[in-house]
Write a protein that binds this ligand. Sequence first.
Ligand SMILES: *[C@@H]1O[C@H](CO)[C@@H](O)[C@H](O)[C@H]1NC(C)=O
Ligand SMILES: *[C@@H]1O[C@H](CO)[C@@H](O)[C@H](O)[C@H]1NC(C)=O
Length: 447
Amino acid sequence: MPFGKTVFLGAILAMGRMSEAKQVINNVWYCNEVTKMQYTNVGCSGTFKTPSIMSDNSGTCSVDYAEQSYDGPLAPLNEQITFHLRGPLKLYNFAAYYIDNTPDDEEEETPEGYQKREEAPHKHRRFDHHHHHKRKLNVKTEVVEEVVTLTQYVDAPAPTTSSTSKVAKVVAPSAVVANAYKAHGKSKKPKKPADGDVWKRAGFYDSGKQILEGVTFLNNKGGQGSGKWTSCFGNSLSHMSADGKDGSATPQILADDTLFGVNEEFSIWTNQTCDGTCGYAYGDDVCYRGWDGDNKVFVFKFTMPPAHTDDSNIYGNSNMPAIWSLNSLIGRTQQYPADKNWSCWDSGCGEFDIWEVLYPQAPACEYMTSTLHSAQGNPGTGKGGGGTCDYFKRPTDTTFTGMVSYLSDGTITIQKLDDSFDFPEYITTDIIKKGFSSDMPTFKVAS
Ligand SMILES: *[C@@H]1O[C@H](CO)[C@@H](O)[C@H](O)[C@H]1NC(C)=O
Ligand SMILES: *[C@@H]1O[C@H](CO)[C@@H](O)[C@H](O)[C@H]1NC(C)=O
């Protein structure tokens, strides 16, 4: 993210770990190389401001805003999030896991030692299937009704001619979300994962086998086959071509062994179209749901080979690969807005950087850092949160398999896994928490 570096500095200083810092490079403090780390106390409540209409009438740009409230563990990252990846990078695998204790059809594989649960209600399964099949038929009418009823004006503004004073609370109409994440969304009292819980792979990409399930790859090339370009706001999201270079009219499977170069980016979404459930999307026809929910776990296998363009420009992203997560509203409006109000980032809708290189030259180019950007501790802004000075070693000539778990106890944990992790269809909470230990490096986010 464009604001990453200055924010990072403030966060580290606030942490009081300066004495532990082994190196300070471009104002960023680096402490110890680790293979796992945990953020605790993640989540706050508040509101953020997000564009609700972005229009370009022959060069006259106008934007309306909606104010959206959030709360709960992980908030606002308990909302839909999306993953963003920047080269130099190759992605080999991606998987998303959600708690699903309902056994699936008999022919599907189950993990070692996992006994199918007899008590699982068959009615529930039929309901799911029914809903799934009906979706295409019902969606249109449902959307029309839901949009009208769910846009509530909480601050009921006096009628006005100004186009920017509207304050609306937009709630995702869960009834329309006939998808795999329906049962795993947010709730007032989120359930904490139990040790015996089984997690099902809800999204999967395998580059070598060219498998893509439940996932859509997008990039910011709107106007090339899908999405759009306007002179006010530039490119929207687009479907990504298989070689990762261009936009595409339709979703494509990212080709095997694709190398994203310096500053080349793409993003990972679900394959569920929004159908009116996601709030405003500037890209119109390119509108997918992000990864929603109070409990969600993701695994990436990647490499970040060195590639230098202009290392003297330390903000030019030369040799600075990254994988990070954003509130999905950011991608659907403007990831790199010319006016900072044109996305909800600045008012705190949330970002979590998972593995981010912040400097192009050695040794810092070998360090993958993490940071939470939210309003936590700095209400109303995107400049709260904070990050640890510990870092992961960047994989330049090897692969790195890493898991990031967003759990309803308000923790986000990043772990390097053994490269033998084979992205099974089911995992258990035990596998997710196997590496957790009381002495693991921890960063408690200030309230
Ligand atoms: C999404 O992906 C899943 C898994 O591959 C598939 O079963 C489902 O039909 C897809 N849904 C849509 C809307 O493409
Ligand atoms: C962004 O919004 C804030 C308040 O909502 C306003 O004060 C500020 O002028 C806006 N910035 C720009 C560049 O329009």
